[in-house]
Design a protein around this ligand. Structure first.
Ligand SMILES: Cc1cc2nc3c(=O)[nH]c(=O)nc-3n(C[C@H](O)[C@H](O)[C@H](O)COP(=O)(O)OP(=O)(O)OC[C@H]3O[C@@H](n4cnc5c(N)ncnc54)[C@H](O)[C@@H]3O)c2cc1C
Length: 268
């Protein structure tokens, strides 16, 4: 069948675990300028092969149909023709098992539109930023840091990354390097099922907040007038932490109303 809507080529694929990868694609044409934290839509036809490491899809895809889903951009805003995505495989899903079967040189659809309000645009230059993620919710923060870390020396920035095992901490090396290089970046990974070699935190994200780790390690206060919070990833984590922050006076940032709590949920 003619893959008429394909407009980009895979140029890199790194499997961090059998079900988590970074995928880099070159688009045939450059995209318009965008803000770090925004997302675009990528797609493959239902006729594409699924990865050997998947299970039959719950809802069988139409082979003629272009399966499309939104993905946050992990690359820096300066790159308008090469984009990085950080993707987890939903084994019974429609699109991700097909994405996990891709190899460099394969063709793919990438929308021309880049959209979303999960950005640093409405955070004053002198205020601190806390980015909290589970799983592939790290993607928009990698774009934030690659794009703006140097240009915002007045803001202390903390990344709290929650995971089960050490190998689930995608971008660990890059974040550790950035923390050692920039004095305004604080990287706080925390594991809930660590092995004996792990010397870092073993707390739930809510406990990290409760125990004042942000103040102690990054000098960051949990105060809506001083610090903006970003939450991205698992809806349960997002709900729980949102509720916790609401009790500290945080309100959600929306298109209509400014707030210091910014939320992006990847699925419901
Ligand atoms: C704004 C936005 C940005 C997103 N960015 C990313 C990103 O950067 N990386 C990324 O991996 N995903 C991201 N997603 C999720 C992505 O769009 C897809 O929903 C996901 O990849 C599953 O697609 P699928 O076709 O394989 O599964 P589908 O066939 O669409 O769905 C299968 C079921 O799995 C559930 N589900 C969806 N995602 C997950 C998940 N990660 N873990 C467990 N269950 C899930 C859904 O509730 C759905 O019922 C984003 C979603 C939104 C709304």
């Amino acid at each position: 069948m003619e893959k008429s809507q394909y407009n980009a080529t895979v140029v890199g694929k790194i499997l961090l675990t059998p079900d988590i990868m970074t995928l880099r694609v070159d688009t045939d044409e450059p995209r318009n300028e965008f803000n770090a934290g925004q997302y675009t839509v990528i797609g493959l036809y239902g006729s594409e092969e699924r990865s050997p490491n998947s299970i039959p899809e719950t809802d069988p895809a139409d082979p003629e149909k272009l399966l499309q889903r939104p993905y946050s951009i992990a690359s820096a805003t300066g790159q308008l023709q090469q984009f990085e995505f950080y993707i987890s495989q939903v084994k019974s899903g429609q699109l991700t098992p097909r994405l996990f079967n891709l190899e460099p040189g394969d063709r793919i659809f990438v929308s021309k539109r880049i959209v979303g309000v999960f950005t640093l645009a409405d955070t004053p230059e002198n205020q601190d930023i806390v980015m909290i993620a589970t799983g592939t919710g790290m993607a928009p923060y990698i774009s934030f840091l690659r794009s703006y870390l140097i240009s915002r020396p007045e803001s202390n920035m903390a990344v709290i990354q929650g995971a089960a095992k050490q190998w689930d901490l995608g971008y660990y090396s890059e974040l550790s390097f950035l923390e050692n290089t920039f004095k305004n970046l604080f990287y706080i990974p925390t594991l809930t099922d660590a092995d004996k070699t792990w010397t870092g935190h073993q707390l739930w994200i809510e406990q990290i907040l409760e125990k004042n780790v942000l103040k102690d390690e990054a000098g960051i206060e949990i105060d809506p007038d001083k610090t903006h919070f970003f939450l991205c990833g698992n809806p349960k984590m997002v709900d729980n932490v949102s509720e916790w922050l609401a009790q500290k006076g945080y309100t959600k940032h929306t298109r209509r109303e400014a707030g210091a709590l910014h939320v992006e949920e990847f699925w419901s």
